[in-house]
Design a protein around this ligand. Structure first.
Ligand code: PA5
Length: 437
């Protein structure tokens, strides 16, 4: 897989050798990850991607096959790291703009995500549109106690039992959870659901390439072995502590360098709308990993050229506290030519016969130049093409960059103590029994 990190003009935001300045810190952070001596060392399982030929992958594929035979629709219930990776992969690699229900057994089931909000209308709208669809459910929760997916699961399970009866409903549910503990595991054991394991040493937001993300992506028709091969490519490629050789570490270093210069917001900018879900995954990964102890870059995202007609104004001329990380796909595998118009009524005949990708590319290059001249540093990630191998590589690239970047920042990139505060208030308001005041 071909993925290339570069900083075409961002170099002018730093005088001297970036590698020279950061190599010592990078070596320490690298050792923290690879020797397990850093903070959160119990959550480093993602560093070594699953082998595509493992028994576990075969089991995920078998489970996916069963779901594909059973169902036209898969309801995936989860929140945070237990949903955003699968959504990212599916949106990137299956056409996301038009999704008719599949014709039974010919196409992959349509995947809907639930349990990542508490909206009654969201769940009602989905369930009320499934009348003539066969349905299966994958409920995903590592802790098994997260309230959003747990409530959604109660509601969906109830609905499923009413439709299929308890016995058949149980055969249509797969629970992805901890191997040894948690309410969801108990639930699955009592009701006899098929289960898949979230490894104890992989935290939610680093779990896309475990059963958490792999099962829904496999059901949706993605080649999960290729995803894992892409991650393996990346794990080999980014194994060196040498900053001058390691693009993943260069990205982590640039983020920290720019942050120290007051660039507290990072905009992930993509020129393909299919990246919308990926950007959400990336925001969760970096936001939850780094935003703590009063520190951290705020991860935000834009879709270009769409947002050049909205946030583009702010980027060009607003406060200079942001930088951009631009994702560019070199070969989208798709082209459409601009037709000629008699009389050139809209004045665009100078583009007649050119591909839309050609125009998108000029928008990309022109925007980088404009934003750089507006004093917004641009980092650039060029992705050869959008297939499973590249996307697996990309997931791993950002996971490792995030972990290293967190260590460079001096935080534990694997915990999330801050997400407890809202829960405590909500439980108090809900009158949860057994709470200590
Ligand atoms: O990254 C994380 O750990 C979190 O975002 C979790 O994935 C999220 O809170 C869901 O947790 P669980 O899988 O336990 O329901």
């Amino acid at each position: 897989s071909k993925i290339h990190f570069d900083f075409p003009a961002a170099g002018r935001f730093f005088a001297g050798s970036l590698a020279g300045k950061w190599q010592g810190d990078v070596q320490r952070a690298h050792d923290g990850l690879h020797r397990g001596t850093g903070q959160g060392q119990d959550f480093l399982g993602w560093l070594e991607p699953l082998s595509p030929d493992s028994e576990e992958v075969a089991q995920i594929e078998q489970t996916a096959d069963r779901i594909r035979q059973q169902a036209d629709v898969l309801l995936v219930i989860g929140i945070g790291g237990s949903y955003s990776g699968a959504r990212a992969g599916i949106e990137l690699l299956t056409p996301s703009h038009f999704k008719p229900f599949r014709k039974r057994k010919t196409n992959a089931p349509h995947v809907y995500f639930l349990g990542h909000n508490l909206s009654a209308s969201y769940i009602v709208q989905i369930l009320s549109n499934l009348d003539d669809q066969e349905v299966a459910v994958n409920v995903i929760s590592k802790s098994g106690t997260t309230i959003e997916p747990a409530l959604a699961f109660r509601i969906v399970r109830d609905w499923l039992i009413k439709r299929y009866g308890a016995k058949e409903a149980a055969m249509r549910i797969v629970a992805t959870t901890d191997q040894f503990k948690g309410a969801l595991l108990r639930f699955a054991e009592v009701e006899g659901y098929r289960t898949l394991v979230i490894p104890a040493h992989v935290g939610g937001r680093y779990s896309v390439l475990t059963a958490v993300g792999l099962l829904p992506m496999c059901v949706a028709g993605l080649d999960i072995r290729e995803l894992l091969r892409g991650a393996q490519d990346a794990s080999v490629r980014y194994a060196t502590p040498d900053v001058t050789q390691n693009h993943c570490y260069q990205y982590a270093v640039w983020r920290n360098e720019l942050y120290r210069q007051g660039r507290v917001i990072e905009l992930l900018a993509a020129y393909e709308p299919a990246f919308a879900g990926f950007a959400e995954w990336w925001k969760q990964l970096f936001g939850e990993s780094e935003g703590k102890n009063g520190k951290g870059i705020f991860p935000a995202s834009v879709q270009f050229s769409t947002d050049l007609h909205s946030l583009g104004q702010y980027v060009q001329e607003g406060p200079r506290h942001l930088f951009e990380t631009v994702l560019w796909v070199e070969d989208t595998g798709c082209e459409v030519l601009v037709p000629a118009v008699d009389g050139d009524l809209d004045g665009l005949n100078y583009l007649a016969g050119k591909g839309l990708t050609f125009v998108n590319e000029k928008a990309w290059l022109g925007t980088i130049e404009a934003h750089e001249s507006g004093a917004v540093p641009n980092l650039l990630l060029q992705i050869g093409k959008l297939d499973e191998r590249h996307v697996g590589h990309l997931f791993y690239f950002f996971e490792k960059a995030c972990a290293l970047s967190g260590y460079l920042l001096g935080v534990n990139p694997f915990d999330q103590p801050g997400v407890e505060a809202y829960k405590q208030n909500m439980f108090k308001l809900l009158g949860k029994p057994g709470r200590s005041e």
